[in-house]
Design a protein around this ligand. Structure first.
Ligand code: NAD
Ligand code: 0WE
Length: 258
């Protein structure tokens, strides 16, 4: 049994119950961790409070606002966290965004601004949040981000997000090297396709799910909770020797050739 009693986990990217971050938070809470949930904007505050309650954390955990594209909000949220908790142990980064047209148009037409936004929100935020979290990880810690196979192979329409995921996975390795001396581990889970808010409106999402059914060794799609279980493992002492690693939770899809 994984025991995270007394550990504090800070989670970015929990928008609703379908979010991958929800399952990660659920598993961390079940293992005894105290949760800090960060929401993107004031509009989402009420929802974040409700999610904290659903996770059984009312009166234990906290919620704070942070738009990860704003340095001052990152400074502010970690000041609030350090005032509320003596230490943190786990950072979950489950955030990605590219402007909708960049996921629709021909990749060749990717604009400078859409490239910048995708990399700012989906990659730089991991570096900025990890830098802000590290001083609070006084007993070592674990940082985990979420990536997708589209960072390695071409998927229709994933476009600039694929380029951003390649950069994110490289950032995981460079951050792991930077923070290893402080006993802070940095890893990623590469999840198979899952119907979340971030998958809504993506044209051929069904086709992508069907390709997994047909080709993946397990002949099914992955569930949020399976990502949560692997995230829990990677954030726990059971994974004390693992850092800089990308772990696939994709029913084996990535190993297949045809
Ligand atoms: P989601 O929409 O539930 O989560 C995305 C989160 O990013 C939301 O909570 C949103 O509020 C947050 N976000 C976006 N811009 C932000 C900003 N400026 N400041 C703060 N937060 C911001 O969708 P999800 O599928 O759970 O995505 C979470 C992560 O998982 C992403 O990194 C995504 O790339 C990755 N992922 C998703 C899938 C999938 O198929 N759903 C597969 C592999 C990896
Ligand atoms: O990382 C993602 C999606 C991230 C995402 C989603 C959106 C939709 C709404 C980033 N930015 C936006 N911007 C929006 O305006 N995934 C891994 C899910 C996903 O997205 C795809 C996929 C898969 C899988 C897009 C095309 C093909 C496959």
């Amino acid at each position: 049994m994984i025991d995270l009693k007394g550990k504090v986990a800070v989670v970015f990217g929990l928008a609703n119950k379908r979010s991958i971050a929800y399952s990660v938070a659920q598993k961390l809470a079940e293992a005894g961790a105290t949760l800090v949930l960060s929401y993107q904007s004031d509009r989402l505050q009420r929802e974040a409070e409700d999610l904290l309650e659903d996770l059984g954390q009312t009166g234990v955990g906290r919620t704070f606002r942070c738009d990860v594209s704003r340095d001052e909000e990152i400074d502010e949220v970690f000041a609030q966290i350090s005032a509320a908790f003596p230490r943190i142990d786990i950072l979950i980064h489950s955030v990605a965004y590219a402007p909708a047209d960049a996921l629709k148009n021909d990749f060749l037409l990717t604009s400078r601004e859409d490239f910048r936004i995708a990399h700012d929100i989906s990659v730089y935020s991991l570096i900025a949040l990890t830098r802000a979290a590290a001083p609070l990880m006084s007993e070592g810690g674990s940082v985990l981000t979420l990536t997708y196979y589209g960072g390695e192979k071409v998927f229709p329409n994933y476009n600039v997000m694929g380029v951003a995921k390649a950069a994110l996975e490289s950032a995981v390795r460079y951050l792991a090297a930077s923070l290893g001396g402080k006993n802070i581990r940095v890893n990623a889970v590469s999840a198979g396709p899952i119907r979340t808010l971030a998958a809504r409106g993506i044209g051929d999402f069904n086709q992508i799910l069907d390709a997994v059914l047909a080709r993946a060794p397990l002949h099914r799609n992955v569930e949020q909770i399976e990502v949560g279980n692997t995230a829990l493992f990677l954030c726990s002492p059971l994974a004390s020797g693992i850092t800089g690693e990308i772990t696939f939770v994709d029913c084996g899809f990535n190993i297949t050739g045809v």
